[in-house]
Write a protein of this length. Structure first.
Ligand code: ZN
Length: 305
């Protein structure tokens, strides 16, 4: 690592209880040049396997990266760069969101205004608009904001929720799809979500659950142990941080995502080198590579009010 690399990292306390007392789960795996390429690491489809140190809070059991890249560098990484791999799955994502919204709407008091925090290419907002919602969203990546404008005609605010200057109690639904674990300060983000929600409004958080059976079974090889995931919630930690920011959990369940078969195999190649490459060829040959298949690796959907 270069001499300046240490300046890029910061020590952080537990994101749930605030304690600074931890044990090491996985030590850091230092690769030269890691921080020179922040924009490449921090993109929506970022799939660089975890190299930073994962720790567990001795007080509450929450797992998080510590030390981790400075928050300002994380955000800088997200704002730059293009992400064509991620948007290649826009149609499959829309389909997943369309189905998920049907279930969410059955619990919502009204179909009104929805805010999607970290909307990436806007697939969720496009699905929501098709179902009659009035939409708003933010996304730090400028390229994805433009993509959402060109592809869906959506106005997405470049930046984070804190760049939106939103009025208090102005939304019926706020959603965070695979976003909270990427943010440098989840508690601050949830507090802001609470402020902009109308009384009785709903919050939806989708996150990879490190306490799920599949995560425990895969251990160090779990697909969501990534450099871009700064925090690792399980159901207990998620319920606690939601309660402490003013929410009550109504439902928590596995969230099956639809993705194209070829994309799943492509992502699997990072873990198992030969077999997925072989099947990609087979499925391409028989014309099945664009088949939408449901897959679940511990993604959990929480609905709270
Ligand atoms: Zn803690």
């Amino acid at each position: 690592m270069s001499a300046g690399a240490n300046d890029c990292f910061e020590a952080v306390p537990c994101g749930v209880c605030g304690a600074d007392d931890f044990s090491i789960v996985y030590p850091a795996d230092n690769k030269a040049g890691r921080v020179e390429n922040v924009a490449e690491t921090f993109r929506s489809s970022g799939d660089e396997k975890l190299t930073d140190q994962l720790v567990r809070c001795r007080v509450c059991g929450f797992q998080y990266l510590n030390p981790r890249l400075k928050a300002s560098l994380v955000l800088e990484g997200y704002s730059a760069g293009e992400d064509a791999t991620f948007v290649s799955q826009a149609v499959s994502r829309e389909e997943t969101f369309f189905d998920a919204l049907a279930a969410i709407e059955s619990m919502a008091p009204a179909k009104g205004r929805v805010l999607d925090v970290g909307t990436a290419g806007g697939s969720f907002l496009a699905a929501a608009r098709r179902r009659g919602w009035e939409t708003a969203g933010c996304e730090p990546n400028r390229w994805l904001c433009e993509w959402a404008g060109k592809s869906y005609g959506l106005q997405v605010t470049p930046g984070t929720i804190f760049d939106m200057s939103l009025a208090e109690a102005s939304f019926d639904l706020v959603t965070l799809w695979d976003v909270l674990e990427h943010t440098p300060d989840p508690r601050k983000v949830l507090t802001e979500c609470r402020r902009v929600l109308k009384p009785g409004g709903l919050l939806v958080v989708n996150y990879p659950d490190i306490g799920s059976a599949v995560a425990r079974m895969m251990g160090r090889r779990w697909v969501f142990l990534l450099s871009v995931h700064l925090y690792y919630f399980d159901q207990k930690a998620m319920a606690r941080i939601l309660n402490e920011t003013g929410f009550t959990v109504l439902q928590s369940r596995p969230h099956w995502q639809k993705l194209e078969l070829d994309y799943i195999l492509f992502r699997m190649q990072a873990y198992i080198p030969v077999v997925p490459a072989f099947f990609r060829k087979v499925f391409a040959a028989v014309g099945l590579k664009n088949l939408n298949v449901p897959y679940w690796m511990g993604q959990t959907l929480v609905i709270a009010k």
